[in-house]
Design a protein around this ligand. Structure first.
Ligand SMILES: [Zn+2]
Length: 104
């Protein structure tokens, strides 16, 4: 059986390397919108966070997204993202379970 490499990404909040599917992608689109990208396929500069609200809160506190996206992220945007993060958390966990045997 061929061993496939799991793509790893680093959580911008806790700096842990994790399999890509364990992480939630936040993207800065070409039109400078900052949003959560559950598909992981949106164009733009991406930053990854563990699928945990605690990591989002850490990123907010340390302004990790500002650094990762190379742009000032206002408190309003962090608040909006936090609301979205809470909303997608369940969906993300469910999707992750469904995707267990689905590489790439
Ligand atoms: Zn993390």
């Amino acid at each position: 059986m061929k061993q496939r490499k799991i793509p790893l990404r680093k959580c911008v909040a806790c700096q842990q390397m994790m399999a890509k599917r364990e992480l939630i992608r936040v993207v800065k689109t070409p039109s400078d919108e900052i949003l959560i990208d559950l598909s992981g396929k949106k164009a733009g500069r991406g930053a990854y966070l563990c699928g945990k609200l605690s990591c989002f809160k850490l990123a907010k506190k340390s302004k990790a997204l500002d650094r990762a996206l190379k742009q000032t992220v206002s408190a309003d945007i962090y608040d909006a993202l936090e609301q979205d993060f809470i909303k997608v958390e369940d969906e993300f966990i469910a999707g992750k379970e469904a995707a267990v045997d689905d590489e790439e």
